[in-house]
Write a protein that binds this ligand. Structure first.
Ligand code: C5P
Length: 445
């Protein structure tokens, strides 16, 4: 008996596989290192990236690079003072397009209109206190503010400034006006170290990967899952044996986190109920951290009644030690052999299916070593899922810890949909298309 109830991730040699093209956070943890090839929702989009004069301007080069690698055409607009912080050539190097600053340059008069009209998204990163004040006042005093006044595209603002400037009531009021009054999307600021000598506090610009995702969500605003409540379980549970030991499994959480991220990018309000995981939480999702199957059970039962979609990607332990010891078991007291008495955990997915409202969609995962599709189909019925994602244990390029996965999607009343080995993010995107079709909100093309 293995205590880990298999979820989305299967064990196998796949742990050694290279990172997939769209998988976000793999072994190489530099931001954007795993953003390698074009894909939805960024591919083919035109993004105006406005860069203001803040220390964080150097991180905007990463934002420009990642958006470009994801297939967006990025026009960088630097404010006059931003050029003191970062060279235009850096942006040209990563976007292949010359940055703009001067509204009075040749063709400049029409420039703000063509940029503003052509954009699918205008993203300001970093947005300084001064820029935020000018934007809130509706000023059109340079190329960037003029573009902002002239555009109908969604706007993403990534504030970055000293913590006291961020806390200033005027800044707060200006930001509130941009967000609540004009519907601009704010990302960050984060809490953390500020410029040298400034200490730390809220004011640090959001990480480039989160800004890239905020742009992705903004261009997908009004998308098929817009406003839908999506509940995702992820990673494995840990069942205490004693004060320091637990029974666990090899689920990394990568598949569930990719699903949560893809759902958020598609416009959903996402809650991610996760066992311990080393994966960074995706931008925008409400993360509920749990450890044991019973904790996951409670977190899911509290929320599943209001969910439009529940995706059970977690590898929940099927059994737990009946009586975990309050202290550490001592080897000298145990001797050479011992046994742990196990008792069954609740089946979270099966129990929650009955609690979901009419028209909602329940999705399960099945990991099998043999008889994959027949067993997955039986689970589809037995646990009341609308669709189940089947993957084979031990297959190269899929399963536990891998950045890629190879799955077959089985939906009630539909022929199996077999997908090739793909990055887990790309697999997640495909699963969501099927979910959207079942919700009557989109198409599974
Ligand atoms: O372990 P099993 O193959 O039955 O898992 C199938 C599905 O049921 C998965 O979606 C998993 O997240 C879910 N499950 C659960 N609670 C359990 C065991 C499995 O929700 N105790």
């Amino acid at each position: 008996m293995t205590p880990g109830g298999p979820g989305s991730d299967a064990p196998g040699p796949a742990a050694q596989q290279p990172a997939g093209p769209l998988e976000r956070r793999g072994a190489d943890r530099s931001p954007g290192a795993d953003l390698r090839s074009p894909g939805p929702p960024w591919a083919g989009r035109k993004v105006v990236l406005g860069v203001c004069a803040g220390i964080a301007a150097y991180k905007a080069v990463q934002v420009a690079r990642d958006l470009t690698l994801l297939g967006a055409a990025v026009d960088v607009v630097l404010t006059e003072s931003a050029r003191k912080f970062v060279a235009p050539l850096s942006f040209e190097g990563v976007t292949g397009r010359g940055p703009l600053t001067d509204i009075f340059a040749a063709g400049g008069a029409a420039l703000h209109i063509s940029l503003a009209r052509g954009a699918d998204c205008v993203c300001i990163a970093p947005a300084t206190a001064d820029f935020i004040a000018r934007a809130a006042a509706g000023r059109a005093s340079d190329l960037l503010t003029t573009v902002l006044v002239a555009t109908d595209a969604p706007v993403v603002i990534a504030p970055a400034m000293n913590d006291r400037m961020f806390a200033h009531p005027r800044t707060a009021a200006n930001l509130a006006l941009l967000e609540d009054g004009l519907g601009h999307h704010r990302v960050g600021p984060a809490d953390g170290r500020l410029a040298a000598g400034e200490g730390s506090g809220p004011g640090r610009m959001a990480e480039p990967s989160d800004i890239v995702d905020a742009v992705g969500r903004a261009v997908g605003a009004g998308g098929p899952l817009s406003g839908a409540r999506v509940l995702v379980t992820a990673s494995g549970t840990r069942e205490p044996v004693d004060a320091v030991r637990y029974l666990g499994n090899r689920s990394s959480g990568k598949m569930g986190y990719a699903l949560a991220r893809a759902a958020w990018l598609n416009g959903a309000e996402v809650t991610l109920v996760s066992g311990p995981s080393a994966v960074d939480p995706p931008c925008g999702v409400d993360l509920v951290g749990v450890e044991t199957a019973w904790e996951m059970h409670e977190a899911v039962m509290d929320r599943v009644g209001t969910a439009d979609v529940a995706i059970h990607a977690a590898a929940v332990a099927d059994y737990r030690p009946r009586s975990p010891l309050p202290d550490k078991m001592k080897r000298e007291a145990i001797g050479d052999e011992t046994a742990i008495d196990l008792v069954a955990n609740p089946d979270i997915a099966a129990e929650s299916a009955g609690k979901m409202r009419a028209g909602s969609v329940a999705v399960g995962f099945a990991l099998e070593t043999d008889d994959l599709l027949a067993r997955a189909e039986r689970k589809l019925e037995a646990k009341g899922f609308d669709l189940i994602v089947a993957n084979r244990a031990g297959e190269p390029g899929s399963g536990f810890e891998a950045d890629t996965n190879r799955v077959t999607i089985l939906a009630r009343g539909e022929p199996p949909r077999e997908l090739p080995v793909m990055a887990k993010f790309a697999v997640a995107w495909e699963i969501l298309k099927v979910i959207e079709a079942r919700l009557g909100r989109g198409g599974a093309g």
